[in-house]
Design a protein around this ligand. Structure first.
Ligand code: PEP
Ligand code: MN
Length: 255
């Protein structure tokens, strides 16, 4: 069984950004009883515009390692540079993911794949911001070619000029479905938070993903979402997450 295939939907939850030690530890403590598979938090945030919060870097990794030890909770972070991988390994991250703004750049992806060679670290590859399946699959191929076996895709939707249709990022469901058709062995995790952009659509998008045979969900969770430093409108509390997870209808093949 691979890292991401556990016999049930693989659930990743945690804040968009690791803001403070207290916020990281409080979120992790509240998620432990929900039995998630892995904690997430951004420690380097590739912001679209300059001048916004770009993450707490290495200090945040110390908080995440502390939460991991305290609560016996695996954790994952986004990496965008080979030095981020070095630090992720130093602070015992259990998996890493590549963000949508990094997947678009093949040279960048190759540098990350080279840095991961021989480590066996599980890696998740978010789709590029643009709806280009070849670029997404190409990034995945670079990690597979580096000898990594626990590789998953994350569907987080695609940028569009208008958000009038109600999503922050358009799901374009045929793209992840085609990726799954091409690579049946690949785990595909849906990120309903970045697709929805607002918390009231997360349950619906999560259910749709599971109905379409996705292997898991990554959902941004924060103790006080309205006060979040990044992505405030789409984050939910641990108790809202519990409620959503309890109501999800899970396909028979997972049982
Ligand atoms: C995130 O996961 O917080 C993030 C920045 O995501 P994306 O790369 O999908 O925009
Ligand atoms: Mn986010």
């Amino acid at each position: 069984m691979s890292f991401f295939k556990t016999g049930k939907p693989f659930i990743i939850a945690g804040p968009c950004s690791a803001e403070t030690r207290e916020q990281v530890l409080a979120t992790a403590a509240a998620l432990v009883p929900i039995n998630i598979d892995m904690f997430r938090a951004g420690v380097w945030k590739p912001r679209t515009k300059p001048g916004s919060f770009e993450g707490n870097g290495e200090q945040a990794l110390q908080w995440l390692q502390e939460a991991k030890k305290l609560y016996n909770l695996k954790y994952t972070i986004e990496v965008a540079e080979p030095e981020h991988i070095e630090l992720a390994l130093k602070y015992e991250a259990d998996a890493i993911w590549v963000g949508a703004r990094t997947t678009v750049n093949p040279f960048h992806v190759q540098h990350l794949a080279d840095a991961l060679k021989g480590t066996g670290v599980p890696v998740m590859v978010k789709n590029p911001v643009n709806p280009d399946i070849e670029l997404w699959e190409g990034a995945i191929e670079r990690f597979l070619a580096a000898g990594l076996t626990d590789v998953a895709a994350i569907h987080r939707g695609f940028s569009g000029y208008s958000s009038a249709v109600g999503y922050r990022n358009q799901p374009n469901w045929p793209i992840p479905i085609e990726l799954k058709r091409r690579r049946p062995e690949l785990s595909i995790i849906c990120d309903p938070s970045h697709i929805s952009g607002k918390r009231n659509r997360i349950a619906e998008v999560s259910q749709k993903a599971l109905d379409m045979h996705f292997d898991g969900l990554m959902i941004e969770t924060h103790p006080t979402p309205d006060e979040a430093w990044t992505d405030a409108r789409q984050q939910i509390t641990p108790s809202q997450l519990k409620d959503i997870l309890e109501k999800l209808v899970v396909r028979a093949e997972f049982t």
